[in-house]
Design a protein around this ligand. Sequence first.
Ligand SMILES: [Zn+2]
Length: 81
Amino acid sequence: MRETKCNTCGNTEYKERRITYLYSHQGQYLIAPNTPVEICSNCGTVYYSAEVLKAIERQFFAIHNNMASPDQFLQVPVKSM
Ligand SMILES: [Zn+2]
């Protein structure tokens, strides 16, 4: 658990959650379901751990260099606001 104060509100309590993270790099994407994060229990700011982000980045480059296979492919509709 984080022991530092929330950057937004100064609170020191966090909840652990799993979210779907969208990694993007130069117009290519990797969706990472089940990514562990910590969320400030006061204001809801989401905090990612450096190790988790590094792991997602490694998976992204492995998949896009054909060194690893994704669990599945999705077709994702896009619509600008
Ligand atoms: Zn906060």
